[in-house]
Ligand binder design. Structure first.
Ligand code: ZN
Length: 272
């Protein structure tokens, strides 16, 4: 089995300090938290930035640049920048894709529309086509986020049409209240549709966090943790840092006998 790649999703775009008192907000806090996640064993960080005034997600390239430059100067992390903006706000396509100008090695690619957080998170066919073209031109590998089976079917069709090129990399997002649940049965059904040569990673939202991580551990996939997806270490106990969430899965993987991929090894596994 390949070594396991740990991704840390540092902050997301919407959870505020009233529910998540330790969540990083400013570019400095996001950079520092990503740095600590790297030290704890993450080889990829998934980055959103926030408007320091409102605390909400932003696609402002200058905010992204501050985080990207900080991490490029100090770490060998693989950077995965978000293209989702604020799910539900449905920013213009070009604003969402602006971070590609910073040439991250990965960028999120949400393969369809879904209800999310009381809003519709719209990813039209036009957006997906544009994102696929711009990522190819920028040399950025899409990290294909799959919330339900329709998104997998959409991805497979785009692959068939030559819009997405093998080997694909998937990020299953299980356990949102509007998409596929974080259960082994739902996960295995999605997993059945993976095309040849694909690599994949699991996100379990909230209480699904560890169960989906364990599915990835035993089945040869990779794991994403972090405060974007889950803020608890256990019931009623908040994680104080993203590094704590990374450290926990690193320790479980080592006990199990799967070694943790360094960023250099993760680049080989993902064929970046
Ligand atoms: Zn995200």
């Amino acid at each position: 089995m390949d070594k396991i790649i740990i991704t840390a999703a540092i902050t997301g775009s919407r959870m505020m300090r009233d529910v998540a008192p330790h969540i990083p907000i400013t570019p400095e806090e996001i950079s520092q938290s990503a740095y600590e996640a790297w030290q704890a064993g993450a080889s990829i960080v998934h980055i959103h930035v926030r408007d320091p005034e409102t605390g909400l997600g932003s696609q402002d390239i200058d905010l992204f640049r501050r985080v990207v430059e900080y991490l490029r100067e100090r770490t060998d992390l693989i950077l995965s920048l978000t293209t989702s903006g604020i799910p539900g706000r449905n920013l213009p396509i070009m604003e969402r894709l602006a971070p590609l100008a910073l040439k991250p090695e990965l960028a999120s690619f949400d393969a369809g529309s879904i209800n999310l957080g009381g809003h519709a998170f719209i990813n039209t066919p036009e957006f997906l086509d544009e994102a696929a073209v711009m990522m190819r031109e920028a040399g950025v590998k899409p990290e294909i986020e799959i919330f339900d089976l329709g998104m997998m079917i959409t991805t497979l069709r785009m692959r068939q049409e030559g819009k997405l090129a093998d080997p694909l990399h998937f990020q299953f997002v299980l356990g949102t209240p509007w998409g596929a649940p974080a259960t082994p049965k739902a996960f295995l059904h999605l997993h059945d549709y993976l095309p040849p040569e694909a690599t994949w990673s699991n996100i379990g939202i909230g209480a699904g966090h560890l169960p989906m991580a364990m599915m990835a551990l035993i089945m040869g996939g990779h794991i994403r943790v972090g405060m974007e997806d889950n803020i608890y270490l256990r019931r009623g106990v908040l994680a104080k840092t993203n590094a704590e969430l990374v450290e926990r899965v690193v320790s479980i993987c080592r006990e199990y006998g799967r070694e943790i991929a360094t960023p250099a090894e993760a680049r080989m596994i993902l064929k970046l």
